[in-house]
Design a protein around this ligand. Structure first.
Ligand SMILES: *Cc1c(COP(=O)(O)O)cnc(C)c1O
Length: 488
């Protein structure tokens, strides 16, 4: 495979070679900025997404050295290349406090489970909220606190959640100095487990707002508040959405960690199966591959909401409407468009910001673009991404099959990834399936698959009976604004 990869690297030479890392926008309208400058901002000023000007290139000598590192050591080696304006001692300290056995329940942080020779599950869901988002969000909490302490500023994070993202953000930001979280969720529409996870937090800086409405009502309020620039500025409103570059960067680490755990030498290749929604997780895999990690395939799995699978099969990217977006039993993958996909397209076009601007003029209006029969479509295969789709019956069958065959229990999202991963794996190439949540979060589907309740990890036995702290409000932007103003 080395023979195949060499010309690819030559073609992609322009992506590499960085000393001082600067970040640019996928749409070309942002002057180069440092990591700290983009850390707290959402979209770039031109509406695009921040990207490193060049990816660090990891040679075989470095890979060899990294093989033996612990998770925090590896995280430092990788993140210091992206966050090179944070002094090394500070960054090392932040990472050491983030990736602990206390928070992630094992020294490996992301333990690899081998089901059969060449078939592995990488456990990314052992953080406080039992989903993979904790890995990036826990780091973000500490990075935000560090950055705010330096400038003496405050940040009020406003978000909308239907489950995983909100709780992950709250557990990452609880007790952090200079930060408050205002999290909107649809009243009575999350699972009891998810609701209890969020509402049982008693930290004064975590404010749960249950909105009488659906998730889209919550999201509309967040958008309306964010569009009120005067209010946003006065109350230092920010977000923690999945387009934040630091989140992508943090996720690069476990691709390296998983690779080292599943192989014996750095000439071997592996493929990853990635349950995908907003393209954040697989975007980190793409970056790891661009940095030189020997990844053969990144296998993208969608659920019934197959906007990404459609693109990687046909070249047509067609954002869905809200009405077309289905509510499924792998709800964290229920998306209508994939925000981080713009980052991949930036690389696919050879970092042609003008082209991205043109394509996203359509996407931002929910209009499709089609690369079929264009030279760009030919290039997609150089990036190693293949895709497939899953559905409720397939994920239930996969959960049941894995339970019978290997005695392991996986959640619905992980099952979608494994289903597609097994379809797309190649003989002789180890497959690492990313576990993005624990089964206990989706017990209804687990009962459907195996006829019994999933086991609860220690510490979660009594969750639903803990006292809850939240306010209930109508879907009214002004009321939410007034509540924020009162608390700040
Ligand atoms: C967020 C999430 C996903 C999708 O990840 P993306 O980075 O949005 O592609 C998959 N599974 C679970 C459990 C999640 O919480």
């Amino acid at each position: 495979m080395r023979i195949l990869r060499t010309p690819l690297k030559r073609v992609l030479k322009k992506y590499f070679a960085a000393n001082n890392m600067r970040y640019i926008s996928t749409r070309g309208g942002m002057p180069p900025k440092t990591f700290s400058e983009i850390l707290l901002s959402g979209l770039a000023s031109d509406g695009g997404l921040a990207m490193p000007e060049a990816y660090p290139c990891i040679g075989s000598a470095e890979l060899e050295k990294w093989r033996g590192l612990s998770y925090p050591q590896l995280a430092f080696e990788i993140l210091t290349r992206f966050a090179d304006d944070i002094p090394a001692t500070d960054l090392r300290d932040i990472i050491k406090r983030t990736y602990t056995a206390g928070i992630f329940h094992s020294k490996e942080i992301t333990p690899l489970k081998t089901l059969a020779p060449g078939l592995h599950i990488l456990g990314l869901s052992n953080g406080p909220t039992l989903a993979f988002k904790d890995i990036a969000m826990q780091l973000l909490g500490n990075l935000f606190e560090y950055a705010l302490a330096k400038t003496g500023e405050e940040l009020n994070i406003l978000g909308a959640t239907s489950g995983d993202t909100g709780s992950s953000a709250e557990y990452a930001m609880r007790g952090k100095r200079g930060i408050r979280v205002f999290m909107l969720s649809p009243h009575g529409k999350m699972s009891l487990f998810q609701t209890a996870q969020m509402f049982s937090l008693q930290d004064p800086n975590i404010l749960n707002i249950a909105i009488r409405g659906v998730f889209d009502d919550c999201q509309d309020i967040v958008k309306a508040v964010s569009n009120d620039h005067a209010f946003k500025q006065k109350y230092h409103i920010g977000t923690v959405n999945s387009i934040n570059w630091a989140r992508v960067a943090a996720q690069i680490v476990y691709y390296f960690k998983g690779y080292f755990a599943a192989t014996r030498s750095n000439v071997e290749q592996v493929s990853f199966a990635v349950p995908s929604g907003n393209f954040g997780n697989i975007c980190a895999g793409h970056v790891a591959r661009m940095m030189g990690l020997p990844i053969r395939r990144l296998i993208l799995a969608t659920n019934e909401n197959d906007v990404l699978d459609e693109f990687f099969r046909s070249g047509c990217y067609r954002p869905r409407t809200t009405a077309e977006t289905q509510h499924t039993s792998s709800p964290s993958m229920d998306i209508s468009k994939a925000s981080n996909f713009e980052r991949f397209m930036f690389d696919l076009t050879g970092r042609d910001a003008a082209k991205i601007k043109e394509l996203w003029r359509a996407v931002d209006k929910s209009v499709a673009f089609n690369l079929a029969d264009t030279p760009l479509w030919e290039k997609v295969k150089d990036f190693g991404i293949v895709s497939g789709t899953s559905n409720h019956a397939a994920r239930i069958a996969t959960i049941r099959k894995l339970h019978q065959q290997y005695g392991v229990l996986v959640d619905t999202h992980t099952a979608d990834g494994i289903k597609v991963g097994l379809e797309q794996r190649e003989a002789g190439v180890p497959l690492i399936c990313l576990e993005t949540a624990l089964p206990v979060k989706f017990s209804e589907s687990i009962i459907e698959a195996i006829g019994q309740e999933p086991e609860r990890p220690p510490g979660y036995e009594n969750l639903e009976n803990l006292p809850q702290r939240y306010v209930v409000m109508d879907a009214d932007t002004d009321a939410v604004k007034a509540f924020i103003a009162e608390q700040v």
